[in-house]
Write a protein that binds this ligand. Structure first.
Ligand code: 0O2
Length: 212
């Protein structure tokens, strides 16, 4: 493909990323108005770089004329949450949506990757209305906590910088850092749980006082 072909190929993916970003940012604002805090902290999106598409196609043996079906994360959306519990809730909201179809899910939170990577991935089919008609585009939605995102962002940039040459010692330290992020997520969840319990018992007490 020359650069003009790539431009045309990537257009529906660019549109998909823009539309999904707006939709999930809107979901965040809606939920924030309804509750005291939103399960979505922030949303980002990107279209995969051509060099990364080619690398992945090579690695997975995907022929050039089957990139649309074979590479599922050309359009990528990332949803960041404060707490691990929020991830399940956001995934539920996504499953219930009528403007996209969940094809399958990858739970790298229960089954974290060898690298230490944790995140919840949903591969969805999104119908995008282009100038040339309706096109069903695959997109990957990654849902993760702020701690998971912090770890993955740094690990990704180190891996990108050092490629295969990342020393074993560094890999081990990154795994340890992933464990620390896991402990941090758990600690934050239990602090939140205790605050919620304290708030509940305070509300129960004041409702008893009001009834006296
Ligand atoms: P880009 O373009 O740099 O964002 P894989 O074989 O790992 O590529 P897998 O396991 O099926 O594929 O995962 P999936 O669902 O295709 O997701 C790949 C994307 O998940 C990656 O995109 C990352 O965003 C993220 N990811 C997966 N594993 C790791 C990991 O070990 N560390 C980090 N930091 N991120 C990971 P790319 O390929 O980086 O593409």
């Amino acid at each position: 493909m020359d650069s003009r072909d790539w431009g045309a190929f990537l257009l529906p993916y660019e549109q998909t990323v823009e539309e999904l970003k707006v939709k999930f940012k809107t979901m965040r604002s809606e939920l924030k108005k309804l509750e005291e805090y939103a399960p979505i902290e922030f949303v980002t999106g990107r279209v995969k770089k051509i060099s990364s598409i080619l690398d992945k196609a090579k690695r997975l043996n995907v022929p050039m004329d089957q990139l649309e079906q074979g590479i599922e994360d050309i359009a990528g959306i990332r949803i960041m949450c404060q707490f691990v519990e929020d991830i399940r809730r956001v995934a539920e909201y996504i499953r219930a949506r009528k403007d996209l179809k969940v094809i399958y899910e990858k739970d790298y939170i229960t089954n974290y990757k060898e690298s230490g990577y944790r995140s919840f991935h949903m591969i969805v089919e999104y119908p995008v209305q282009t100038a040339l008609g309706l096109k069903n585009v695959l997109a990957e939605i990654q849902i993760r906590t702020l701690a998971m995102n912090f770890w993955a962002t740094i690990e990704h940039s180190l891996n990108y910088k050092y490629r295969e040459s990342l020393p074993d010692e560094m890999r081990k330290r990154l795994k340890k850092a992933a464990e620390a992020a896991f402990v941090l997520d758990n600690e934050m969840s239990s602090i939140r749980e205790e605050i919620l319990l304290a708030q509940k018992s305070f509300e129960d007490e004041s409702s008893i006082v009001n009834h006296l």
